[in-house]
Design a protein around this ligand. Sequence first.
Ligand code: NAP
Length: 478
Amino acid sequence: MSDRQRPILVAIIGAGPSGIYAAEALTQQTDADVQVVVLDRLPVPFGLVRYGVAPDHESIRSIRNTLERTLEKSGVRFFGNVNIGVDLSVDELRQRADAVIYAFGAGTDKRLGIDGEDLPGSIAAADFVAWYCGHPDVHPDTDRTQTSVTHDHTDGHREHQQFADLIARAGSAVVVGVGNVALDVTRILIKNVDQLADTDMAEEVLAALSGKKITEVHVLGRRGPAYTAFTTKELRELGQIAGVDVIIEPSNLELDSSSQAVVGRDKVAARNLAVLNDFAARGPGTADRRIFLHFWTRPVRVVGVDQVQAVEVEGTRLDADGAVEGTGVTTTIAAQLIIRSVGYRGMRLDGVPFDDSTGRVPHAEGRVIRDHGFSPDEYATGWIKRGPTGVIGTNKSDAVETVHSLLADIADGAIVGQHSLVELEQLLAERGVTPLQMPDWHRIDAAEIELGHSHGRPRTTLAHRSELLAAADDGSTG
Ligand code: NAP
């Protein structure tokens, strides 16, 4: 076969929803003959669908079935446990693929920038979510012998035992931020372990949550109830947890003229406000577990000596430009745990253009901008392209836009098929890296279902990398 007849090899970095939707868009077109390889540093695919969507949202988690079907398609391969930037550089990958699509998401948290933010007991939502979803980064193999894995991604992350200890001693928690992640975190903190037992949470996570004594969660919105980032379905769900009251001080729901204008033009804001009014109308209630929603409130200091004891908060208002300013009136909420749920942030990957001010890869319609011009073979999609916004499905249209640009460049002759997957496989073999592929995932999947059934649950997540690798092992390597 001459070079010109070769399929175009597209390597996608990141097997989360954005990467897999890009693979799907590439398989759904007939204009170009394309071979896709989707790479991930984790042994398993699905990214935030597995490690971000809350375990008690099984219907959203089941999107993995659709994503799995894409990875099974002819013309698509999944290579897990391949860490770009560690096992091979971005440049080495680019030299072995005709085009790359960056779909590695937004892997860290935004900071509050207040005193006490780093005290034990102050946790980024990104880490807490990773913990309760059973992410190997926060469930390291420290005391396990069976792993032969050399990757270690635990830098900057807290580990399982720290979460378990914090959960065990907390009676009250503060969650900062009024987005959907804040709602996820709040539900997990306030639900009884019985209310989580039918999820796929890892056994050690459930065990830690069973020792939980948290009876109060205080959620802080730095602006008013017209400015929430929740989706209404998720907000409504907060009021449907058996044995839990949601409490809002009615004066918090009074609208100033700017809030009224927002509610007048934004349907989601109006629907959210209606739900919040419904919560407030229920009164204080008598339940043992309570969620307090505080608006016009921001944290100004995390109080404690060697661990979090309280959060000092200040009243807020909007200034003439619509920016949040403090009123100077402060009060203190006793809490042993504070979860900072104020948004995610993209991380730099060596060899990839990155804009520190936005936390994103610079691009236009998915074409990566390098040295002030379009890079001929680089594309981006998902959170690393547009920032950490939108629901899972938003990544689909985003990926379609990126793939549209890529296909236009193929049609223009800017990208031609010069490489085959064999070159990448050879390099990985030289480096001693054996990618985990879909048959390996199916063995892991079966092991998780079997483990779950043995405990009377639909499935149980294997949280440790060593467990995932052991489950993937078909014995063929001896
Ligand atoms: P988000 O929707 O951007 O919400 C972040 C929240 O943090 C906002 O309320 C924001 O308030 C607040 N905030 C930011 N900086 C702050 C500061 N310095 N002090 C106090 N508050 C601050 O982010 P997210 O909740 O992390 O969610 C990320 C994306 O994933 C969203 O698009 C979300 O919808 C999606 N998601 C969806 C689901 C679902 O569909 N079930 C579940 C989880 C996540 P301001 O508005 O005032 O900035």
